[in-house]
Design a protein around this ligand. Structure first.
Ligand SMILES: C/C(=C\CNc1ncnc2c1ncn2[C@@H]1O[C@H](COP(=O)(O)O)[C@@H](O)[C@H]1O)CO
Length: 244
């Protein structure tokens, strides 16, 4: 091996700098001020434990639908009421309801599910100034990493309802849509609830994205836009049955 290469465990590092790396036992015994568990390679173990805990907590979940939407919607907003009705309707149709466990639309969908005595799941995320999970959750799992949490939404849902929201909602919407579009998940229904909120985005998706060939025209049919609670619920199909 050339002089210029160094080894760190199984990883060969290139680069010419010859700074002396502490030996493993030296590094272990030395107090560097940084806890070892905060070093990136070790962080993998914490990430791994989030997946293990998430998979374990959710392994017996009945067929579920995820409801995404704004953390900022107030209880007196019509969309809050619509999300309560969606949560309740999903439970009446035999689904568990999964949300991000926070306030606003998440709370509303959990509330509908909880009051209907269904399984109301909150996949919480550690955030600065976090307020904890909403009070309408029967099964809560907290995550440090958005990407681990996102895997849980996608792995344990057979459909998605996206209510009006901001960056977080769009992130979840497009993550799910990309997986649907690329066939990583098959025929999962995606409802965009609230025409007034979604119409300008869908117009741009059609007139710019599809028009310039960034998506196929047929991709437009991957989403259903509606203001109607029953139509949104119907689009989710039946529990355990992926609509064809
Ligand atoms: C901003 C406020 C609270 C933040 N708390 C959140 N708790 C759980 N999940 C959240 C939170 N904020 C965003 N999310 C996730 O993103 C979506 C909503 O994001 P948006 O930017 O508000 O559209 C949502 O589906 C969550 O999964 C409070 O006041």
């Amino acid at each position: 091996m050339s002089d210029q290469l160094r080894r760190a465990g199984a990883v060969v590092l290139g680069g010419g700098e010859r700074t002396r790396q502490p030996m493993a036992d030296e590094a272990l015994l030395q107090h560097t001020g940084q806890p070892w568990s905060h070093l990136d390679p070790w962080r993998v173990l914490r990430i791994q434990s989030e997946f293990v805990e998430g998979f374990d907590a959710l392994k017996e979940l009945p067929p579920a639908v995820s409801v995404f939407g704004s953390a900022r919607t107030s209880t007196d907003h019509p969309m809050y009421q619509a999300a309560v009705e969606l949560g309740r309707g999903l439970v009446h149709r035999g689904f568990a309801v999964i949300t991000g466990g926070g306030p606003g639309i998440m709370e509303a969908a959990n509330r509908g599910a909880f009051e209907a005595e269904g399984t109301s799941v909150g996949l919480g995320i550690e955030l600065p100034n976090e307020q904890g999970m909403n009070e309408f959750i029967s099964l809560g799992v907290n995550f440090r990493y958005f990407f681990a949490r996102k895997t849980m939404f996608l792995k344990y849902s057979q459909g998605f309802i996206t209510m009006p929201g901001g960056f977080g909602t769009l992130d979840e919407l497009f993550e799910a849509l990309t997986l649907i579009q690329t066939g990583k998940v098959k025929n999962f229904p995606m409802v965009l609830f609230g025409r007034a909120h979604w119409a300008p985005l869908m117009e741009w998706v059609r007139d710019t994205m599809a028009e310039h060939g960034f998506i196929a025209r047929s991709d437009l049919s991957l989403v259903t836009v509606t203001d109607d609670v029953e139509e949104a619920l119907d689009a989710m199909g039946r529990p355990g049955e992926i609509p064809g």
